[in-house]
Design a protein around this ligand. Structure first.
Ligand code: ZN
Ligand code: ZN
Ligand code: ZN
Length: 325
């Protein structure tokens, strides 16, 4: 992500800031200008007060482009749900920042709109629990709001033997399924996709069942970015798509803070120089994490077989970057 400054006093501000801590100017993120601007005289998102959304909206009383994608919010009469909603929207704005910058369509050619439902498990009158499964279906992303609770998300991560589980990671993964539909299926890239990821027409339900029963095959790291990516070519694409966003956001952030030089993450061309720069950076980041007694920031190794898949995603996305208006 880029670096932001206060429009009044130029102090460093974060993407999510509502005001400048130095001079008090109230700010909002303008997705057209890719900058934090002063709120006065502009129209903030209608969710600014309730969940601290700091984006601008197109009109008075309207939602911003990110909040507008949410069609179902959790039941706010349930204690904790306001905070869960706020955390999920915070992660989603970081996702939306990149989707808008890449000028990615939010509606497929088939007419499916990218939307989010934020739902909680429900206990029925007979005491059984109706579980909400996080997933994607024709543009509709469903997120279980329990993922916003650090203790529950960490318990799920450990239970599933995962190396990494975050709200932002969920957002990036689930929209990866939507962009498979938009950029690969509708974009006429199936032949190239199948050659790298395998044929996705194999039964999805059966594939997941097999994955949960047997786990990932031996040496999956040679060809897949995560164990879960081995479950089905759709999951492989969604995982790879998410990692391309992790990598480009990570590289852009590092460059914005002068932590690394290196190639422009969004320039068209081969992906290898990016992966190399990202590899060096993530080794340094992980060493820093360990120096502070924290778990590795990026607990992944990108093998050559994964680089080729990242290259496919890079080919779909790199040329799309939109300059600031
Ligand atoms: Zn300021
Ligand atoms: Zn908003
Ligand atoms: Zn998935």
């Amino acid at each position: 992500m880029r670096r932001f400054a206060c429009p009044t006093c130029q102090a460093d501000l974060f993407f999510g800031n509502l005001s400048c801590l130095r001079c008090g100017t109230e700010v909002a993120y303008d997705p057209q200008a890719l900058a934090l601007v002063t709120v006065r005289g502009r129209t903030p998102c209608a969710n600014r007060e309730s969940i601290d959304c700091n984006w601008l909206a197109a009109a008075e009383g309207a939602l911003c482009a990110s909040c507008a994608m949410t069609t179902v919010i959790p039941d706010l009469s349930v204690p904790g749900n306001l905070l869960r909603w706020r955390r999920i929207e915070e992660a989603k704005r970081r996702l939306a920042y990149m989707l808008l910058r890449l000028d990615l369509p939010l509606v497929s050619r088939a007419g499916n709109r990218l939307t989010f439902r934020l739902l909680a498990d429900e206990t029925r009158s007979d005491g059984t629990v109706e579980q909400v499964l996080t997933g994607h279906d024709n543009g509709q992303v469903t997120l279980n709001v329990a993922e916003a609770d650090d203790d529950r998300r960490e318990a799920m991560r450990l239970g599933m033997g995962e190396r990494y589980r975050t709200l932002l990671g969920h957002c990036r993964h689930e929209v990866g399924h939507f962009y498979f539909d938009v950029l690969v299926e509708e974009g006429g890239r199936r032949a190239a996709f199948d050659a790298l990821f395998g044929n996705p027409d194999q039964d999805y339900g059966e594939a997941l069942k097999r994955h949960y029963a047997e786990g990932a095959p031996e040496r999956w790291e040679d060809t897949h970015v995560s164990a879960y990516a081995t479950a089905h070519p759709w999951e492989d694409f969604a995982e790879t798509f998410a990692h391309w966003l992790h990598m480009t956001d990570g590289l852009e952030t590092a460059q914005a803070h002068e932590l690394s030089g290196g190639p422009d993450p969004f320039a068209p061309g081969p992906v290898e120089p990016l992966v190399e720069a990202w590899g060096r950076l993530s080794v340094a980041m992980n060493a820093m994490s360990r120096a502070l007694g924290q778990p590795d920031l990026y607990p992944f190794v990108i093998a050559p077989g994964v680089v080729r898949k990242l290259g496919f995603v890079h080919g779909l996305l790199a040329e799309r970057l939109r300059a600031a208006a």
